[in-house]
Design a protein around this ligand. Sequence first.
Ligand SMILES: [Zn+2]
Length: 150
Amino acid sequence: MEFYNKKVTETVKKDIREFLKQFDIRVTFCKRGWSCADGKNSKVRILFFKDRTVKGVWSDVFHELMHVICYRTEKYKNYHHGIFVRGKYSSKKTGKYIRKMGIRAEIYVDKKAQELMKIYFPDIPYITSYRTKEDRDWYRKWVERSYPLK
Ligand SMILES: [Zn+2]
């Protein structure tokens, strides 16, 4: 079996931590929920449990890394600087913005993440996010829950 199709082990955590150091990013791991990025504080959280594959976890790492890079380079600035800062915008304004731009920003991030992973790890297939209807439905539900319009 290809190494990237194997389930993760504790060593993978160390590799990820080392890898992200060069970008000045700290990482924590969680067993449930989902991976996410905090660009402002240069932190990412990666979903990590024993049934996840190496390629799945590394794809998450690059996706979240790209969110931090977008924060720093001000790509989709309102998305990266605005939506996760509670109270900065009225929730209604944020809610409207994220409904309009959220998926576009996520797909941009995911494509760039895929390109970047190909440079560092050409042998590991990237697992895409937000490209299927299922993924987009998940996102829409998350938005409706997190940013209700009333
Ligand atoms: Zn994302």
